[in-house]
Write a protein that binds this ligand. Sequence first.
Ligand code: GAR
Length: 196
Amino acid sequence: MTKRVAILISGGGSNMVALARSMEGAHPAKPVLVLSNDPKAGGLAKAHDMGIATASVDHRPFGKDRAAFEAALDSALQKASPDIVCLAGFMRILTPEFTRQWEGRMLNIHPSLLPKYKGLHTHARALEAGDTEHGCTVHEVTAALDDGPILGQARLTINADDTPDRLAARLLPLEHRLYPAVLRRFAEGDKTPVFI
Ligand code: GAR
């Protein structure tokens, strides 16, 4: 049966668009919801234009009450009955209580070659460390941040004139290839990592 996919975003949603496009035509999965923690996220309009249901749960009114925010997020998610949840530029840290219930069914893309550079500012940190290569990782989400079994990585060579912005821009097209490749395999029940 075709797997139902919910995609969580916080911003422009270019990875979400890449995932959604990849599911057009013959594919083991289909997008059933794009959900954002920011009602103004640019990706919501893009999803709407692609005919995908959208919803948002603004995190701000919840303040420090993460549990209440996540309860609202979970309720929006459950309504769409997803089999797979893809975090695609979703910039809220999820609690172990939340991730536990989606374990084995939730994926994330992170802009570094994990286990290097968990968290933020990954491009700047790779440059500061004098790395010769950089990349992105798709992994299963577990309780620990940017951890969990690696399902795919794409890498590029760092150039002498790279800046954090330039590196981010060069990496994004690789993210757009990697995430759909991993999702297709994952939806088929295949967790063999994809390397690009
Ligand atoms: C992507 O580069 C993604 O890897 C990164 O945010 C960007 C979202 O872009 N994710 C993280 O940093 C997660 N910690 P997009 O909205 O255009 O897909």
